[in-house]
Design a protein around this ligand. Structure first.
Ligand code: SF4
Ligand code: FES
Length: 390
């Protein structure tokens, strides 16, 4: 078994500027919201990306690429050079790793300063890979990706570079029963960091969404099975974008502790905000509780839509909103990305630990709905992440 490429220099305490949005990729994962969602923010064009990097200098110490397939982006190394000049210290990307099957390119990426990698791999057999990524290659993109993983780890070892590889897999109706073999497919190659996140199918074509969408009640037993069977194996596991209600409390379960600012193009057409448009990833069955309940009213910034639901004092407002049928925006659900940010107009909340909001912003009423429990009836304006000036 390969020597574990454990993240020796954890990238946990970083302020991360993450470039994301629709951009070129030579894979075609059927759940890819960037490629196939009816609407998805586009990635910033090169001039915009250069501007975002310049504006981010001094505010962030890590630049992370998550737009399309960064390893095939023609300006990747130009962006890294500019960012280094601007004081960015760390670099990372989310990638399908197929490009790293070319050892020369893998070395070039390491020499450019990339240390942190998310390998985006969602199947562990050729057949399943072909179903997830139907690019008419018999599923061999899986072999390329694993070959790329071996390459980048081996070259890093030989050139005495410490790197961190995290295996990120999207849980769908197609793979939720195969989480253990998926985990082993990279664990056995030395990966020790894992992110599991449920598919966001709401923006996909109805027939694709039906094939992929799955609710927490269905996949959590398999997530818990993996957490139990992997406990003590030295792997760190993050449950991204799910409520974690009923999650097995493994000692290897970790929460996000980076501040992560996601940026896409400012050119994005103004999306028509809708309180009901979104993914409701929440257990259908609410756990019984006799905690005091409060009335929560949420309103769009343009006041064109309002909705009211009940939230108990032991519930996060985001979870109660999703359970009531709303589709409020969210990302991490761990207090590190601000996608769920709202602003209190009336009422009080108790805030769980979070990484984003300053005292001043909280005094101004900003609150992360994934980390806030009501202490009275509340009125909240949603979609406030853009107001934080992160
Ligand atoms: S590798 Fe990533 S960007 Fe490319 S299609 Fe798959 S999910 Fe989308
Ligand atoms: S969803 Fe990321 S901070 Fe709430």
């Amino acid at each position: 078994m390969a020597e574990p490429a454990r993240i020796t220099k954890s990238h946990e305490q970083h302020r991360v500027l993450t470039i994301r949005g629709k951009s070129y990729c030579n894979s075609a994962c059927i759940f890819c919201i960037e490629k196939f969602a009816g609407y998805h923010p586009v990635a910033p064009k090169s001039d915009e990306t250069l501007q975002l990097i310049l504006e981010g200098a001094g505010k962030y110490n890590m630049l992370f690429f998550m737009n399309g397939e960064p390893s095939v982006h023609p300006k990747l190394f130009e962006y890294v050079k500019l960012a280094k000049d601007g004081g960015f210290r760390y670099f990372g990307m989310s990638s399908h790793f197929r490009t790293f099957a070319d050892p020369h390119f893998a070395l070039k990426v390491l020499e450019a300063g990339f240390e942190f990698f998310d390998i985006s791999l969602h199947a562990s057999t050729y057949d399943a890979q072909l179903e997830v990524n139907p690019i008419d290659d018999g599923g061999r993109s899986l072999k390329e990706a694993l070959h790329g993983l071996r390459n980048i780890q081996e070259i890093a070892r030989r050139t005495r570079r410490r790197i961190g590889v995290t295996h990120k897999f999207v849980i769908t109706r197609m793979n939720y029963r195969e989480l253990m073999p998926l985990f082993r497919s990279t664990y056995d190659l030395g990966v020790r960091n894992f992110i599991m996140q449920p598919v966001k199918a709401s923006g996909l074509q109805p027939e694709v969404a039906e094939k992929l969408a799955i609710n927490e009640d269905e996949f959590m037993p398999f997530v818990n099975d993996l957490l139990r069977r992997t406990e003590g194996l030295g792997a760190e596991i993050k449950l991204y974008g799910m409520s974690q209600i009923g999650a097995y409390d493994s000692k290897d379960l970790v929460q996000e502790s980076n501040l992560v600012k996601h940026v896409s193009s400012k050119r994005n057409l103004r999306l028509t905000l809708d309180l009901y448009q979104g993914d409701r990833i929440i257990p259908e069955q609410a756990a019984p509780s006799d905690a005091v309940a409060h009335k929560i009213t949420v309103q769009l910034p343009n006041m064109e839509q309002t909705a009211t639901f009940t939230c108990r004092e032991d519930q996060f407002i985001l979870n109660a909103a999703l359970a009531s049928g709303l589709g409020l925006p969210f990302g991490c659900r761990m207090g590190s990305c601000a996608m769920c940010c709202g602003r209190l107009v009336e009422g009080t909340v108790e805030r769980a630990p979070q990484l984003i909001l300053t005292e001043q912003q909280m005094e101004a009423g900003y609150t992360l709905l994934c980390r806030s429990r009501p202490r009275s009836d509340c009125v909240i304006t949603t979609h406030q992440d853009g107001e934080l000036g992160l």
